[in-house]
Design a protein around this ligand. Sequence first.
Ligand code: NAP
Length: 360
Amino acid sequence: MVTTDSIKERVPLGRLTTFGIGGVARYYLRAATAGEVAWGAEWASARNLPLLVLGGGSNLLVADEGFPGLALHISITGTNAVESVDGVDLSAGAGESWDAIVERAVRSGWSGIECLSGIPGCVGATPIQNVGAYGQDVSETIVRVRALDLSTGVVVEFSNPECSFGYRDSRFKRGDRGRYIVLDVTYRLRNGAPPSVRYPELERYLASRGIDAPTLVETRDAVLAIRRRKSMVVDPTDPDARSAGSFFVNPVIPADTLSAVERVAADLLGPDAVVPRFPATDGHVKVPAAWLIERAGFQKGYRKGAVGLSSKHTLAIVNAGGGTAADVVALAREIHQRVWDIFGVALTPEPVFVNLSFDV
Ligand code: NAP
């Protein structure tokens, strides 16, 4: 049980994030149960303090000045698997490591999340931005999200449609941003079904190893290998992995913006230039942010003081050692501005900015 004595003061947040950047939290509490989460939220609210919900820290950029309120570290653990005719309902506490859940599912022969191997962070973050990769996302398997409603103090449950999932999006990120704290999530997995391999990069990797009917384990291993190649697996020994993963969301743009991008690309790269694009909803297309950033003149490994771009992936801003949040924001603004000036596309940062804004 937590009490006022459980609250720590002036806790450095940098070491709780994969960026390794950020000042101190004025107050900090680790909450291991739904009741403790509610107690912490109430404690902060009674003192009019802002609340920072902390999970795996893999998608956060914390201000160098730190956070003036309560950092509530969600460490609710525990899993429960219930088999049914439809498959297996695997529930996990919000503080469980996401990759440990994927590993367990793959090991047990349960399919549905195998392509989401190696993604850092905790279970609680997965419904927020409908975490996805390599052609799969969690909206395909989530059947229930239990959350604390901070506006009422009541625990509520959402079915899949009630989460309003979209591409890297959900109600928790949009209209209800900041209203709910996810407590646990249930994924409906298929027992004994084959893995989902529908992403060309993954297909190519497996084919190059002569695997034409991959198992779940082979699919997980392939995704991990691909991610590792791009330093997209958290690894304390890899300086390119000291990041918040992809820094910008891949933009989804309307047809007239694409035409403008194509005209610029032809001027810049010659008449045969092809702008990569993938179909999205409502006649829009998704254009890889990394392509725009590289064509705007930023190469892998670009350095600006103590921060830069990963030497393996243009989309990741890395802390090369001793970098500050101000350094990251300055580089991100420079990239944003140049892509906007050249292509007329406004990139949106993906990480959550804590006590910091990204106005350009
Ligand atoms: P990538 O594989 O170089 O792809 C860049 C962009 O092209 C992505 O938007 C991707 O769409 C799209 N794309 C590539 N092949 C496609 C196809 N056959 N059909 C439709 N769209 C296609 O991207 P990356 O940065 O190395 O990331 C690898 C994977 O991890 C991607 O799936 C990416 O979305 C995912 N990722 C997710 C998060 C997150 O959930 N927050 C963060 C970082 C990376 P998709 O985005 O639809 O795959």
